[in-house]
Design a protein around this ligand. Structure first.
Ligand code: RB5
Length: 152
């Protein structure tokens, strides 16, 4: 199950991504927003990040105008590695090296065709582990240093 969420700045692109993913057979859980009215991106960044952190969804996709607000928010949640991508190379590397569990996109930055190619690349690429796992563990150490109540 893929969690997806956006604010108004990412709403139109979110609709296109949901359609695309459902056509490809993915199960998608939409955490809003559900219309283009002005809303606050942290609410959606948090909802998708918590669904991934809690294991309700394996991966998440977040979209706001730039992708910045939702990625900054999601990255505050322990265990979340949200990658803001505007190209397929970064999307691939964010999975291979960083084991990103959330993809963030800017609905006012990338067009539909590029966004869908980024989504496909990101979902189809596996984490390669090895020395990269050691680096992910060091990110976890940073979380533990600064967050209270973080569990392994
Ligand atoms: C909303 O206008 C815009 O600020 C938001 O979508 C996002 O780009 C924030 O980072």
């Amino acid at each position: 199950m893929i969690a997806i969420g956006s604010d108004h700045g990412g709403f139109d692109l979110k609709v296109e991504i949901i359609k695309h993913l459902e056509e490809k057979g993915y199960e998608v859980k939409d955490f809003g927003t559900y219309d283009p009215k002005d809303v606050d991106y942290p609410e959606f960044g948090l909802a998708v990040a918590e669904a991934v952190k809690d294991g309700i969804c394996e991966k998440g996709i977040l979209i706001c105008g730039t992708g910045l607000g939702v990625s900054i928010t999601a990255n505050k949640v322990p265990g979340i590695r949200a990658a803001l991508c505007s190209d397929c190379y970064t999307a691939r590397m964010s999975r291979e090296h960083n084991d990103a569990n959330i993809l963030a996109l800017g609905g006012r930055v990338v067009g539909k065709g590029l966004a869908l190619a980024i989504v496909d690349t990101w979902l189809e690429t596996e984490f390669i582990g090895g020395k990269h796992k050691r680096r992910i563990d060091k990110i976890r150490d940073v979380e533990k240093k600064y967050a209270r109540g973080v569990e392994d």
